[in-house]
Design a protein around this ligand. Structure first.
Ligand SMILES: [Fe+2]
Length: 126
């Protein structure tokens, strides 16, 4: 994420099934929550996801599948650049904003939010 120092990329909320991710997408739609990335699947992590922006402007993810590890002794998985470059499954392209948008927002983030019609609370730059 460009300008990433001290900024939040996203918070994730775990659900048990893909159907619950799809239901969350419907709830986002009904509630006017901006959907940044519709439900899909990360390629290397194999997690099913939905990304949107909560009213404060923070990116949130609803996710399931992939890896959910409770064992602190488990060795970390380290993916290669080539594995990470696979992006999303099923031919889905990662949305560009995923590579730059964060909170607190930069001037570029504010412009993105306004252009996308995101009704978020984005404080002006200092
Ligand atoms: Fe995530």
């Amino acid at each position: 994420m460009r300008g990433a120092s001290g900024r939040l990329h996203h918070l994730a909320f775990w659900v048990d099934t893909r159907e619950e991710c799809l239901r969350a997408a419907d709830i986002f739609l009904d509630a006017g929550v901006h959907i940044e990335a519709a439900p899909s699947k990360h390629a290397v992590a194999a997690g099913f996801f939905l990304y949107g922006f909560e009213p404060g402007g923070n990116r949130i993810e609803v996710t399931t599948g992939g890896y959910l590890v409770y064992d602190p002794a488990r060795e970390p998985l380290i993916w290669t650049e080539a594995e990470r470059a696979r992006g999303q499954a099923w031919g889905v392209k990662t949305v560009e904003s995923f590579h730059f948008y964060g909170t607190p927002p930069t001037v570029e983030d504010r412009a993105y939010a306004l252009a996308a019609g995101v009704s978020v609370v984005v404080p002006p730059p200092p």
